[in-house]
Structure formats: C-alpha cells, structure tokens
Design a protein around this ligand. Structure first.
Ligand code: ADP
Ligand code: MG
Length: 238
C-alpha cells in the first residue's frame, strides 16, 4: 500500500499558520491533483510529505508507516520540482544517477536502471549531454527520470510543467498520464491551474486557507462543489 495520509497537519512560519489542520488522503495508485491559488501552501504540503520541511503538528503516513521522524532519504517518495533542479555541470546521465547516489546500488545495476528510465522518458540519445543544451521538455524528462530511477512508490510533483510552453505542456500532460499507468505508482501532482487539474487527476484536492476545501473525483467537483470558493475556483458562475 502506498497511499499517503496527512492528519491535522499544521505548519507555522513565524506567526503565520500556512497549513492549519490539513487532512489529506491520497489513495494508493491514484493520480491525485492538489490544486489551489498561489500561496495557499501546496509546495509546503509536498515538502512536508518528502521530509524537506518539518511540520509543526500532525501525522504523516506513507503506506502503513508513520514517517514523521524519518529523514527524506528513508521515505519512499521522489520529488519533481518546478525548476527541475538539475546540475548544469553534470551530464544527463550524472543528473539521473544523482537520484541513486546515497543508496548503495552496485555500478552495473545503476547503469541498467539509468538506461531503463532514459528509454522510458525518451532520453536514451541524450545521456552524455549537459542540461544547458536541452529543450525545456527534455529537461523536464531528466527531472522525471531522476525521480523514477529510485523506483519510489510515491511521486510528488510540484508544478512540473509550469515552465513549458503551451504545446509542450499539453504533450507532457499526456505523457505523465501514460507514465502513471505504466508505473502503477501513486502520484501527487500540484498545480495552480484548474484546467490542468481537472483534465489530469482521478482525484482532485482543492486547497485554500491552509485547509482542504474539497477532495473528490473531477466529475463530482463539477457536479457538487462543496462551497462557494470551490465553485468559483473551478470557474463556475456563482
Ligand atoms: P504554494 O505552493 O501554494 O504557492 P507555498 O507552500 O509555497 O504555496 O507557500 C505558502 C505560504 O507560505 C506563502 O505565503 C509563502 O510565502 C510562505 N512560505 C513558504 N515557505 C516559507 C519559508 N521557508 N519561510 C517563510 N514563509 C514561507
Ligand atoms: Mg508552490
């Protein structure tokens, strides 16, 4: 089981409560999209799940394990960042390999894994290039490959397509959906774009004010928005 559950998560930055009793349920194997306006705490939520930020209060569960006290490297998740976070002086191969560095994977096995994920994301011909010579879409694929090479059960994606042009964004949406089916992993995908959320997710979580406003499949969000905020946010006339 690779569901992710947050119970009563609060996060204070100084005196500001960015998250305020957040409850989140990400079903095992789902493509769950976390959507909400800029600044509502989406990135903070992902960073808390990954262990990159420490919650002020609340419980974090991944599968059947409470992970609050586990360091990032011991959590069965991989994160894909908005700006890709690639190392410009390293080749594509080295960037992907970085996903494995702290895990004692034998060299031959590392090579095999890198080739495997590079093939899946269509980078097999680019492994010796540097990120600076790649297109935006290719850089995005390197970031995906670096997450995939760890074989995590949970992928956390923080607005991974927001730096791409409209055509590439459209293409990558489809590729991500295919990848999700192929890997059978749990995806928690963050966006501030309602259209993207409703077209990609099988579960939608609408966040605002440090809380979840509604969590449901897209059709249900359309049919029965839980409150005025959700109705307005998804573009329904109020
Ligand atoms: P989102 O990803 O939904 O746009 P974030 O989680 O990045 O929102 O940020 C939520 C709020 O927390 C914002 O008001 C932001 O300024 C604040 N914030 C985020 N990280 C920090 C930090 N390290 N220190 C202080 N405030 C922060
Ligand atoms: Mg963010």
């Amino acid at each position: 089981m690779a569901r992710v559950v947050l119970r009563g998560i609060a996060k204070m930055f100084g005196r500001d409560a960015v998250l305020d009793g957040l409850d989140l349920y990400v079903p095992d194997g789902s493509f769950t999209v976390l959507v909400g306006p800029s600044g509502c705490g989406k990135s903070t939520t992902l960073r808390i799940i990954a262990g990159l930020e420490k919650e002020t209060r609340g419980e974090i569960w991944i599968g059947d394990e409470k992970v609050n006290d586990l360091p990032p490297g011991k959590r069965d998740v991989a994160m894909v960042f908005q700006n890709y976070a690639l190392y410009p002086t390293m080749t594509v191969r080295e960037n992907i390999e970085f996903g494995l560095k702290n895990r004692k994977v034998p060299r031959a096995e590392r090579r095999r894994l890198i080739n495997e994920v590079a093939e899946i994301v269509g980078l097999a011909d680019c492994l010796d290039r540097k990120p600076g010579s790649l297109s935006g879409g290719q850089r995005q694929r390197v970031a995906l490959a670096r997450a995939m090479v760890k074989k995590p059960r949970v992928f956390l994606m923080d607005e991974p397509l927001s730096n791409l042009d409209a055509a590439m964004r459209h293409q990558m949406r489809e590729e991500l959906k295919q990848l999700h089916r192929r890997l059978g992993a749990t995806f928690l995908y963050v966006t501030h774009d309602q259209v993207e959320a409703l077209s990609m997710g099988d579960q939608i979580v609408v966040m605002q004010g440090g809380k979840v406003q509604q969590a449901a499949p897209p059709t249900e969000i359309y049919r029965c928005p839980a409150n005025l905020f959700v109705a307005r946010f998804i573009g329904m006339p109020a």
